[in-house]
Design a protein around this ligand. Structure first.
Ligand code: G16
Length: 545
């Protein structure tokens, strides 16, 4: 790194000192903390993004958001050239860099890193970083800090995309780097299904009082085939009693919904619109029937399996079946046991990874069609380039020999799904359009969809502890190896409940340890979760000191 670059970095970083007594860690999807603590972090991630852009010769994205967290928090997510999450290889450096105690150590770290990564700054191609933010009040000043970081690298440019959803920004990065076309809408491709069972065609969407609700409110007038009533798109407090995280964890109606909505198909998205869950309000109660990410995954798997069955089925024998596409689904330990049983019965390969889109995406990409979803509603479908090219060729062949045949329609539907779904990252809005299209195609109501299988009752709780990093897990977070002894205690509790299952893990987005329990009855799942919360408190809580 030359003298000029060093002195620019020293000068700019001295304006963004590290707040005293705070340790930042690159969590499940980037850095997250109380917003007032984050200026130095986003400034530093700005520098990092510019370096990544130089190294890859591609556009990088930075999204200022804390997604499902409360409105006073904020954070930063990084989109790599593919539109996916930042390469995990850079995470340790991001950690060290975010915690460098002063501007001198920061520049020293940078100098070592660019040498190690063979990043040549002099005469490098211009770096380009796209910036986006959600609706949090702290977003604007943090975008400014990120810009200062980016512009501290000579020749780098920052383009502010304004208020966007996280998946929009990831998509923009992907489009810029791959030169691909924007999404097309699927509904036009899919023949209307038998709508006899389709009891209620209105969809009500809870916008979490965030950016996704605002975008959908604008988009809905262009979706003439759907009647969408968007609620919570800006007047209330972001994520407070609303949004996918609240609905999925609390299993009660969100703010703005009530008895008059009973039975209607409803959906809820999160603060930055990368998660989606569905629900229907139970009559005369504040409870909901939750249709979570596992059921979205199951619906997608069922639909894709059906198309592959037609494609490779006996019909007319005109299709060249030389390419056998692999189909796999990816879940985490949070997946309801009943969903995993259902998917296995469907004949789909199921793989488990630790929590986090970064792990799931990587696994899903190993299949020709890889579907991943977390129970919390974060997920998407990935298609391999080889399979898509094969489908395009078959489409052209079938156009001339059996246009409109079942096999031809199956080819068209798979191609249409690949264009509608956001293959960069989970995306509430494209996921929602795909769910709606499949329900129409099948002629299913939300209730019929919900009957695919019955969830095992579950409970998720969080516990404040002295130091959540003291919890170390393995086997896709199903076993705790530290603190020593706690896993045996959890096992002993779990054994008391028929079909009991329980695990704990440190959150990567909040300063808590999460506890998940499921069992045959709700009372049993609640009791198991509460007794494990007490165990966590005994081993790691403030009283354990
Ligand atoms: C992020 C991640 C998800 C993860 C969630 C909660 O979502 O992208 O993969 O499930 O955090 O993570 P944790 O349990 O570690 O706090 P989001 O929507 O909050 O960005």
């Amino acid at each position: 790194m030359n003298q000029q670059q060093q002195s620019i970095l020293l000068k700019s970083s001295s304006r963004f000192p590290l707040p005293p007594g705070v340790k930042f860690s690159y969590g499940t999807s980037g850095f997250r903390a109380e917003a007032s603590l984050l200026e130095s972090t986003v400034f530093r991630v700005g520098i990092l993004a510019a370096l990544r852009s130089i190294q890859t010769g591609s556009v990088i994205g930075l999204m200022i958001t804390a997604s499902h967290n409360e409105v006073s928090d904020n954070g930063i997510k990084v989109a790599d050239p593919s539109g996916g999450m930042l390469t995990q290889r850079w995470e340790p450096f991001a950690d060290a860099f975010a915690n460098a105690p002063n501007h001198h150590s920061l520049v020293q770290l940078l100098d070592d890193f660019v040498k190690k990564e063979n990043i040549t700054l002099e005469g490098a191609p211009a770096a380009e970083v796209l910036l986006g933010r959600d609706t949090r009040p702290s977003g604007m000043s943090l975008v400014e800090a990120a810009k200062q970081g980016i512009l501290s690298i000579i020749g780098a440019s920052a383009t502010d995309m304004g208020v966007v959803t996280t998946p929009q920004l990831h998509w923009m990065v992907r489009v810029k780097n791959k030169g691909i076309e924007a999404s097309e809408c699927l509904l036009g491709y899919i023949p209307q299904g038998n709508s006899n069972n389709y009891m209620n065609d209105k969809l009500i969407v809870d916008g979490a009082d965030g950016v996704g609700g605002q975008k959908l409110e604008k988009l809905k007038s262009r979706l003439s085939y759907l009647t969408i009533d968007v609620r919570n798109y800006g007047d209330g407090v972001l994520n407070e009693g609303v949004g996918a995280d609240y609905v999925q964890k609390e299993k009660v109606v969100p703010r703005g919904f009530g008895p008059a909505d009973a039975g209607i198909r409803c959906a809820s998205l999160d603060g930055d619109a990368d998660r989606l869950v569905y629900f229907s309000v139970v009559p005369n109660s504040n409870k909901i029937d939750l249709v979570d990410g596992d059921k979205i995954l199951s619906l997608f798997a069922l639909f894709i399996k059906e198309q592959l069955g037609i494609l490779y089925g006996p019909e007319d024998g005109k299709l060249n079946k030389s390419y056998q596409a692999s189909l796999g689904v990816v879940q985490t330990a949070y997946a309801n046991g009943a969903s995993t049983d259902y998917l296995k019965q469907l004949g789909v390969e199921v793989v488990l990874t630790p929590t986090g889109v970064k792990y799931m995406h990587e696994k899903a990409a190993e299949f020709d069609i890889g579907i991943y979803f977390e129970a919390n509603g974060h997920g998407t479908i990935l298609f391999s380039n080889n399979f898509l090219s094969w489908l395009e060729i078959r489409n052209n062949e079938l156009l001339s020999i059996s246009k409109g045949s079942n096999q031809h329609n199956a080819v068209l539907r798979l191609l249409a799904v690949s264009k509608l779904i956001n293959q960069a990252v989970g995306d509430t809005l494209s996921g929602l359009l795909l769910v709606e299209a499949i329900l129409q195609h099948l002629g299913w109501s939300i209730h019929k969809w919900n009957e695919l299988y019955q969830d095992l009752p579950s409970r998720q709780l969080k516990v404040k502890v002295v130091d959540r990093t003291a919890v170390v897990t393995e086997n896709a977070e199903t076993v705790v190896v530290r603190p020593v002894g706690i896993q045996e205690s959890i096992d002993a509790e779990t054994a008391k409940y028929p079909r009991g299952r329980c695990f704990i893990r440190p959150s990567g987005t909040e300063d808590v340890v999460r506890v998940y329990a499921e069992a045959l009855t709700q009372e049993a799942a609640d009791n198991l979760a509460h007794s494990v919360v007490m165990l966590v408190d005994k081993y790691l809580g403030f009283s354990s000191r």
